[in-house]
Structure formats: structure tokens, C-alpha cells
Design a protein around this ligand. Structure first.
Ligand code: SF4
Length: 244
């Protein structure tokens, strides 16, 4: 949002040292042009990236997503997403596409009524099943229809921020969407729909007991997570970045 102003000033030889947007003012990603994928040597990449939405309705206190991108999920139009996929397909890309959203399911209604049906049609139209993967919060497990549509649209993996099986530690970091749930059963429910679950874990909360490593390992074994990611938490004034 600050770039046009900078470019105007720069062209007049009057660039300022600093440009900032107003607080809680975020770019309209419906104005984002499709990336110039023609400039990329696709053979050098394991997967391509596409961002459908920005922002997350939750407020986990270790996460910088909401500070940078806000709580209200902003979504691209379905036409934008399909255009980006069409370009990749036209350039010969047949590998996986990572929807690099902070929380893919921030706007479930739009997903179920607009984007996922369009992705299903796109997959049928191309005649090639492009694998998709993304990041989401654990309440994905509550929505059978959403999971079913995601799988039908080509999603086969999802990363979820589990963080910790300790209720007190979840409360400490305000991970309220994970509290008072059977997280193992949630993971299994997602897996049963056909989505491989990857998950992030954190140790080092003030409320963690000395047994936290055993508890984390027990959780990972019970839930049969394919790729657990572990982060050691050290509270600091600058939140770290994580998603889902
Ligand atoms: S950790 Fe995930 S669920 Fe929590 S605020 Fe960040 S993006 Fe949202």
C-alpha cells in the first residue's frame, strides 16, 4: 500500500525516508496481480505457492500473523485463484501447489460455496489431479463437509498448530481453539477423510511440567502424525511466526 506513494515521490525526486500504512489498514488482496511465473525456472522447485487468504480470526499470543495481517480473513476472488493455477498449468507445472495461507479455513463459507467447488471443476477440466496442501486450525476437524470438499478439490496434506497437549499451556498462549478438545481424536478424524496431518508443537511454556517431552511424544505416537515440527518457546517482545 505504501509502494505507489513511494514511487510517486521517487519519480519527483522527493522520496521520504519512511513510509508506513495506517494501523489496522490492510491491502485489498483482490487487487493483487497474478505472479509472473514465466520468470521462474519451475524445474528448480519442489512445489509452487499460491496465497488465497490473509489474516486469521484467532489470537495465539506467540504468533505474528495477526499483528501483521489482521484478524479479519481477506480472500482473493475465485477467478484470481483459478487464473494463477491456469498460468502454472499452462507453463507445464504438474507438481504440488502449497496454499500458503495463515489459516486456510478463516472463511469457511466462501470456501464451501465458492472456492472449493471451483477447484473441483478446475481439476476436472485439466484432466490432471494437482495435489494441494495448506495450513489450518484444528476446528477443521469439526466440519465434515469442509474436509470432504477439500479432499475432493485435491488437498492431501494439512499443517495444524497443535502446540501442546497441556491445557494450562494452551491457556497461557491463548490457543483457545485447541482448548478442551480431544486433540488426538481431532487429528484422527481429519486423517480419516484423506488428509495427511502435519503438526507444530511448542515446548517451554511456564506451565509445562518436567514431563512435557514424554507427553508430546506420547501425543505424536498416538495421533500417528507424519511430520511433527517442534519449536522451543522463549517469551520475547517480538512474537514468532507460525500458522494454523
Ligand atoms: S498460530 Fe495459527 S491459529 Fe493462531 S493466530 Fe497464528 S495463524 Fe491464527
Amino acid at each position: 500500500m505504501t509502494l505507489p506513494e513511494f514511487l510517486r515521490d521517487f519519480a519527483r525526486g522527493q522520496a521520504k525516508r519512511l513510509y508506513t500504512s495506517r494501523e489496522f489498514e490492510f491491502p485489498d488482496i483482490r487487487q493483487t496481480p497474478a505472479p509472473l511465473w514465466e520468470l521462474v525456472d519451475l524445474r528448480r522447485y519442489a512445489s509452487m505457492s499460491l496465497q488465497f487468504s490473509r489474516g486469521c480470526p484467532y489470537d495465539c499470543d506467540f504468533c505474528n500473523i495477526t499483528a501483521m495481517l489482521g484478524h479479519r480473513p481477506r480472500v482473493k476472488t475465485t477467478a484470481q485463484v483459478i487464473t494463477e493455477l491456469d498460468i502454472l498449468h499452462r507453463l507445464g507445472w504438474r507438481g504440488a501447489v502449497f496454499f500458503v495461507d495463515d489459516n486456510f479455513i478463516g472463511n469457511k463459507h466462501f470456501l464451501k460455496t465458492e472456492l472449493l467447488p471451483a477447484l473441483i471443476s478446475w481439476q476436472n477440466k485439466t484432466g490432471h489431479r494437482t495435489p494441494f496442501f495448506t495450513e489450518a486450525s484444528i476446528n477443521l476437524a469439526d466440519d465434515e463437509e469442509l474436509m470432504r470438499l477439500m479432499v475432493e478439490a485435491g488437498f492431501n496434506q494439512v499443517f495444524i498448530g497443535i502446540e501442546t497437549p497441556e491445557e494450562e499451556s494452551l491457556a497461557e498462549c491463548n490457543k483457545r481453539q485447541n482448548q478442551e478438545r480431544n486433540l488426538v481424536e481431532d487429528v484422527k478424524r481429519i486423517q480419516r477423510t484423506g488428509l495427511e496431518v502435519q503438526a507444530g508443537f511448542i515446548v517451554g511454556f511456564d506451565n509445562d511440567k518436567p514431563t512435557i517431552f514424554e507427553r508430546q511424544m506420547e501425543f505424536i505416537q498416538k495421533s500417528a502424525l507424519s511430520r511433527p515440527w517442534l519449536v522451543c518457546y522463549r517469551p520475547s517482545p517480538v512474537p514468532s511466526s507460525t500458522s494454523g
